[in-house]
Design a protein around this ligand. Sequence first.
Ligand code: NAD
Length: 362
Amino acid sequence: MDNRRTFLKKSGLLLTALSLPIPNILFAGGKKKLGVALVGLGGYSTHQLAPALQQTEYCELRGIVTGSPEKIPRWQEKYNIPDANVYNYENMHEIAKNDNINVIYIVLPNSMHAKYSIIAANAGKHVWCEKPMAMNAKECREMIAACEKNKVKLAIGYRLQHEKNNRIMMKWAETNPYGSIQNLTAKAGFFSSNPGWRTEADMGGGAMYDMGVYPLNTSRYSTGREPIAVSAKSSTSRPELFSEVDETMEFTLEFPDGITAHCRTSFGENMNNLEISCRDGSYYLQPFQSYSGVKGGTSDGKILPPMGKNQQAVQMDDDALAILNDRPMIAPGEDGLKDIIVLEKIYESAAAGGKRLEIQPL
Ligand code: NAD
């Protein structure tokens, strides 16, 4: 199946899944919702995912895995988590015996995604893993294989693929309401004064791994195509902070049909927009990748207003429904893998001074 049809099929699947009745699955505790355990209680779990799990219909927060014992009482009290559902990194595999937990969500630094996703899959639980999927394509393939072996599903936390206006971009890649797509610009970055592990190569730091996957993933779903070549350049304005990894990455993706995507990502610049030029007009999203308020417009004056729902709650409900209805994930492991294959080429091109490199299709 060609790429465009694959994307169309994926977009269509969401609508189909949402229109189906939820099967009468009762889990331990007499609840119909899936139980989720968050692994890693840092910024994203604390400020986005746990609050979003209070708004979800088909899943709920039931467990935590943490290496920081001092965090446990606060989380247990705030989210009513019993002692039996509290784990650390050493005993996390014992979740295998816990019927209250159906999904393990990996929200750790990037270099830890593969290891803990595989532990989760081997515990027989469905796996949700934050972006970027892993450090390299080999790790991504190992994660996919572990999930296949254990017959569990794998979703990557690409929240934008669940966001209404980004989903319109996917649809328009197929329907071309402004004529064929000519080129695209996607930029995602923010000024970070204290990037922590995101400056460390061993932890999976670097702007490209962190924010860079947004322009990359968006370029793929907004064109409905897979890139065939890439060239990239990295730079830094704060070498004292970014001595190991890229502070800024600029990359160009070449797609079939002569479409070019110009992308930029950075920990040193605030930027957040997507623009798509077509033969007969154009459209944009700005901001395109914020947690809320994603909005845009078209060259003929149409407005794309914000979704008005919690993005992460929509994402986790979509992924819970895919599990409950045994349907494909909207952003499965294969989607994360496709990005990491390109990401590896981006780093290779940047190391070679911006050399144009061809990308072999998966
Ligand atoms: P963070 O630094 O705030 O939290 C990381 C957590 O991992 C902390 O609780 C820390 O204690 C724990 N940890 C365990 N071992 C560690 C180690 N060796 N070094 C450092 N921390 C360690 O990071 P975050 O912002 O929560 O990001 C976590 C993951 O979530 C990343 O993969 C990131 O890309 C992703 N994320 C996704 C989004 C999104 O919008 N989808 C947003 C933010 C973060």
